[in-house]
Design a protein around this ligand. Structure first.
Ligand SMILES: Nc1ncnc2c1ncn2[C@@H]1O[C@H](COP(=O)(O)OP(=O)(O)O)[C@@H](O)[C@H]1O
Ligand SMILES: C=C(OP(=O)(O)O)C(=O)O
Ligand SMILES: [Mn+2]
Length: 528
């Protein structure tokens, strides 16, 4: 099928009598609850369960192999290729399947808060609650914008459609297929709402660099003085938690672009983890759970409808989606200047990386390319305990282009704007996972605050003997024995062995980046 035929199929679907376009939040709440897709909670939010798929399904994600893009995509286990034939067949099947449904819900809006590079998108949903999720997560159009809205990219999400791998050519019943030429994202077989927002992020990671805009898997906030901070990190490392800070205005919690104008949010909402959520530790997020918010796989008492955030029986990856204005302190629109501080969040399950360290330019490049962290339980299918991983640019699952393309942009931007980079370990301390403990959130917050406020610019540091990282000796609000990871382990020999084991992993992993500059190779990585 060519692009015109694909568009015609879509047009026919969108002209159907079952299509509901741009329903309001209350209308979608009514639809979702009356259709039995979701239940109301005591706080006025809705809660949905997603069945078998409670996290992303990276092994079921594909790009269609297409002439105009095939030489640019970094094919491999992240960017899997699928033929146009498989896509076309599934597309027609899904469209026909959806035509038979009583009602379908369409959201029209945008990705990218900077008008210069904004992408207009639409989502066709089988579920009203998915449509509410999209309404809250993407950028909502004004009435005027809606009147003239023409979608460039379309997500078609049919969660109850299951592929037959033997017939349809997929790996399983589930598929997330991106056609960059036909400008369609086809999703089936999974109810996990995160696939929709992360697939838009994936295409933005392809489209923005074409315009020389750096696409980033990070959260962002800005202080009173206009000082912008970015927090890069794989899922569960603290982007959403640490960017919600009552002293700073939130720009966004997960996906950003950095252009010559400054940084901008790609989204219009947030998607926070709710496992063990408490009003004391994370008040901004806790207070965002109200009418219009969408809880996912949170266990709620059947009668009282009180959510139990400590219950991870459906998944560790319990979530809430809400529009960004449910956070009190934000910038509107979600754009700001150039970052002064950049934080790389890592959840080190070995417990050997320092809780905070200052990076030289070479170390920043080295650690960005390495992207060492852990996959934390739940966000990806099959991950049930922290799995150490090198996730390049702290966002490998979402990067269609070679990692070096993004790293080059980071390097240029840091040089141009003089941003200071820190590595922050929000993972384990005092021993590896199973022995030590997760870093206390209050300590991490104190360290991050000191970094952002410029208090670590001129402090005395100790150089870590293995990784060469510069560790501040003192930070207000943090016990000094916490700052140096070796001090936090009672068994020093065990620490040394684990640290050198991790250093070897870094060196092995970095062999694949053979063509980076000699300075990065020499001065960016472990010392020994
Ligand atoms: N030291 C810490 N720093 C940040 N988050 C922590 C820390 N300790 C525990 N957490 C928890 O880890 C999770 C971080 O998740 P989140 O901020 O949603 O990550 P991301 O947005 O990067 O996916 C939250 O549930 C938070 O309460
Ligand atoms: C939703 C996700 O994002 P994060 O956990 O980074 O917020 C994800 O990785 O699926
Ligand atoms: Mn997040």
């Amino acid at each position: 099928m060519n692009s015109v035929e694909i568009a015609n199929e879509l047009k026919e679907l969108l002209n159907g009598g079952n299509i509901k376009v741009q329903l309001s939040v209350p209308q979608l709440v009514e639809k979702a609850t009356s259709r039995g897709e979701a239940a109301l909670t005591v706080d006025g939010a809705i809660v949905a369960e997603t069945g078998k798929y409670t996290g992303r399904s990276p092994k079921d994600k594909y790009f269609v192999e297409e002439e105009s893009t095939k030489d640019k995509i970094d094919w491999g286990s992240v960017n899997r290729a699928i033929s146009a034939e498989v896509f076309d067949n599934l597309y027609v099947k899904v469209i026909n399947y959806l035509k038979e449904k009583d009602e379908l819900y369409v959201f029209k809006g945008f990705a990218g808060a900077d008008k210069d590079s904004q992408l207009s998108i639409q989502v066709v949903n089988e579920y009203a609650w998915h449509n509410l999720f999209c309404h809250q997560l993407f950028i909502r159009p004004t009435e005027e914008e809606l009147a003239s809205h023409v979608a460039e990219f379309t997500i078609v999400a049919a969660p109850t459609f299951k592929a037959d791998p033997a017939v349809d050519g997929t790996a399983s019943e589930t598929f997330i297929i991106v056609s960059l030429e036909k400008k369609i994202i086809l999703i089936g077989g999974t109810e996990y709402a995160g696939e929709m927002k992360k697939s838009i992020f994936t295409i933005m990671n392809y489209l923005l660099p074409e315009r020389d805009i750096f696409a980033m898997h990070c959260s962002a906030n800005v202080g009173e003085a206009g000082d912008v901070a970015l927090f890069f990190g794989l899922s569960g490392t603290g982007k959403t938690t640490l960017s919600a800070d009552s002293n700073r205005k939130l720009i966004g919690d997960d996906e950003h672009g950095w252009s010559d104008n400054g940084v901008f949010n790609i989204e219009g909402g947030c998607y926070a983890k709710t496992i063990n959520l408490s009003a004391e530790k994370e008040p901004e997020i806790y207070n965002a759970i109200r009418f219009g918010s969408v809880l996912e796989n949170v266990v709620v008492d059947r009668d009282t409808r009180i959510p139990n955030y400590d219950d991870g029986s459906l998944t560790e990856n319990t979530r809430v989606a809400y529009p960004i204005h449910y956070i009190e302190n934000i910038v509107t629109p979600s754009v700001a200047g150039h970052p002064k501080t950049i934080v790389f969040l890592t959840a080190d399950a070995f417990g050997v990386l320092p809780p905070i360290s200052k990076l030289t330019k070479e170390q920043a490049m080295y650690h960005f390319l390495s992207g060492f962290t852990s996959k934390l339980a739940g966000t990806e299918r099959g991950v049930t305990s922290p799995e150490p991983v090198f996730s390049t640019c702290f966002g490998a699952p979402f990067l269609p282009l070679p990692a070096t393309r993004y790293a080059e942009m980071l390097g240029q931007k840091i040089d141009e704007h003089g941003s200071q980079v820190f590595l922050v370990n929000t993972g384990w301390t005092g021993g590896e996972y199973g022995v030590g403990n997760r870093m206390k959130l209050s300590y991490t917050r104190a360290m991050v605050r000191a970094a952002i406020d410029g208090k670590l610019n001129d402090v005395e540091t100790t150089q870590d003997a293995v990784f060469g990282l510069h560790i501040p000796r003192e930070i207000e609000g943090v016990p000094s024995e916490v700052l140096n990871p070796r001090d936090a382990w009672s068994d020093k020999a065990a620490y040394d062995a684990k640290a050198s084991y991790l250093a070897d992993l870094f060196k092995d992993n970095f062999k694949k980046f053979s063509n980076v500059s000699a300075e990065i190779l020499k001065n960016g990585g472990p010392l020994v």
